[in-house]
Design a protein around this ligand. Structure first.
Ligand code: ADP
Ligand code: MG
Length: 294
């Protein structure tokens, strides 16, 4: 990892024009993802995390949403200056997206193999046979058991965790430099949640993919992230390495959160090992002590 940035969001503001007036969802946010890093974008519900990550892809999905200022720098260019056609060439090949609900991200009427092959052919312009080989590779990358047989499965025939692996496989099939993952494990039970988080760690270590991980859970941040940015009500309150923010939080809000969850402070043993090996340690958000700032 180095200090070059995979993504730099500068002074981003996003408004929603609702019948009840203008909602300032993101208010001048600065967010940096270092190359090869896993940045946790953390905050309670409604703090603007999802809106920020959707703004990066210019997928706010309603004409009522307006990006009113700022820059989103990716590969040396401001994504806010891009045409929709140019954005289509960035979404997928350069920036992948994994959302919370794998079921809604997959089409129920096609096999997962067909969906993977379609995405690979669309973005990589390869023939069907080559796309099938690449699809199988993608499923093996995310450690989907019996990948060859599973190519013929429909989404409903897979478990929630397996479906999320498929969604991650689709996002990674074009080897994007940056992966945006919005609460990718929130819908899963604790054991499966850990498996998917460990998969993200493996992908980061093996492919060097930079990851922006949206979560409301400091336990998730402690387990997988190198860096963290804390948001609240549209504002960025604090950013830094996970070690620094968890052990020496600067903002009173973060300090309050850390006081409330002292077991989340990185202990000496955990700090001494490379982050990719933290899976050897017990995952510290067991359900009974889940830290949920939402
Ligand atoms: P979270 O941090 O939970 O992901 P969001 O980014 O989804 O929060 O939302 C931030 C705020 O943006 C919400 O509290 C809400 O006020 C506003 N917002 C989000 N989506 C919409 C929408 N479609 N219409 C109006 N306001 C919205
Ligand atoms: Mg959200």
């Amino acid at each position: 990892m180095n200090d070059a940035l995979a993504l730099e969001v500068k002074n981003l503001s996003v408004d929603f024009h609702t019948d009840g007036g203008v909602v300032h969802a993101v208010k001048g946010a600065d967010i940096s993802v270092r190359e090869g890093a896993i940045l946790g974008l953390v905050g309670e519900s409604g703090s603007g995390k999802s809106v920020t990550s959707l703004a990066v892809l210019r997928l706010l999905g309603t004409p009522r949403a307006k990006i009113t200022g700022g820059e989103i720098l990716f590969r040396g260019e401001n994504l806010l200056d891009k045409t929709e056609k140019e954005m289509c060439a960035i979404r997928g090949p350069h920036i992948g997206m994994v959302s919370q609900n794998a079921l809604s991200a997959l089409d129920p009427s096609f096999t997962i193999g067909a969906q993977l092959v379609e995405v690979i052919r669309l973005h990589q312009g390869v023939d069907k046979a080559t796309a099938r080989v690449k699809a199988l590779e993608a499923l093996d990358l995310v450690a989907l058991p019996e990948s060859k047989r599973r190519m013929k499965a429909y989404p409903h025939e897979l478990s929630g965790g397996q479906r999320q692996r498929v969604v991650i496989a689709i996002a990674l099939s074009c080897r994007p430099e940056l992966l945006l993952a919005d609460e990718p494990t929130t819908a899963l039970d604790a054991t499966v949640q850990k498996q998917i988080l460990d998969l993200l760690l493996d992908i980061n270590a093996e492919l060097g993919t930079s990851i922006l991980l949206v979560t409301h859970d400091f336990g998730v941040v402690a387990h997988v992230c190198t860096d963290v940015t804390v948001m609240r009500r549209g504002d960025v309150l604090e950013s830094g390495t996970v070690e620094r923010v968890l052990t020496q939080p600067q903002h009173p809000y973060t300090q309050g959160l850390m006081r409330a969850v002292p077991h989340l402070r990185l202990d000496e043993a955990t700090r001494a090992v490379p982050r990719a090996d933290r899976r050897l340690f017990e995952f510290r958000t067991e359900e009974k002590e889940a830290v949920d700032v939402a």
